[in-house]
Ligand binder design. Sequence first.
Ligand code: OGA
Ligand code: NI
Length: 340
Amino acid sequence: METLVSTWSRTAQILPENYVFPAGERPGSVEVPLCQNIPVIDLSQDQEKSQSQRVQEILAACQEFGFFQVINHGVSEDLIDDTMKMAKDFYDMPIEEKAKVYSTDRSKSCRLFTSTYSYDNEKFHFWRDNMRHPCHPLDKCIHLWPEKPTNYRNIVGKYSLEVRKLSLRILELIREGLGLEDGYFGEELTGDQILSVNHYPSCPDPSLTLGLPKHADFNVITVLLQGSVCGLQVYRNGEWLGVEPIPHAFVVNIGHQLEIISNGKLRSAVHRAVTNSQEARTTIVNFISPLLDTIVEPAKSMVDNSVPLYRTFKFKDFLKFFQEKKGDTEAVMEAYKIKP
Ligand code: OGA
Ligand code: NI
């Protein structure tokens, strides 16, 4: 428990040595320019835009950036606010209460921990605490969730269902854009849904440390609620750019599975999280992934006129390899590429 950044950072005047990254990996100034051209896509149904326009917009964003934001997405603003409050309240609870969820046992599906999966083997730790749990199907996993704060299960349960609906709607637009057959993104490819609540306390020296390393997501699609505090950065044309917090918008990014399914047509963008010295930052991340035994490969229709770029694999094996490589995205994707 005492390793959690949120338990000791309030009184920390200086950054402990094992949070100071080597010179080449430090963010330096965290005041990077905001990325001006990450697409912001309006998903409202009752406007002029036709379904095919929405499909084109989303597909272009997935191809060009691998990142976009959605607004007017149908998830109620009150539910978003309530869920963010629950997430913050969770980290504000007394240590005894958080201790009920804290665990270093990686096999526990609902747990609170700090930094990454491999705290004990890390040279440097990341300035973040994380609480995560599965959320689909809801009735099979809600009993695993934290019992406190009061109402956590109720509010976050509703939120998980809404965000799942939205994720599947976005995947449906992508499916249409890629020309994949009806029902392509069924339970096999989307049946795993993890809610991950990141907490980055305010930090005595954000220029020397990171909240999350440079990585791309391992899954199919990620739908992230950034709240109002800057900290998410995306790597583009050799520089780090900030992703603007837009109230009640979701940040969506393409994971490696979708990159592979699309035979490289869609890209999963490299991103990271930095900290700041002013205020704590809490983000709520929804990872949609294949079931562990699902076989993933480039969709047949995506390779019709070309060769598959990636080999076929079981998702479980990909995940294991990804974790072994500690999110070294390039090495992972290189290993799954078919060599000519
Ligand atoms: C993640 C992630 C960014 C953030 O959890 O994979 O990229 O801003 N999070 O919390
Ligand atoms: Ni990520």
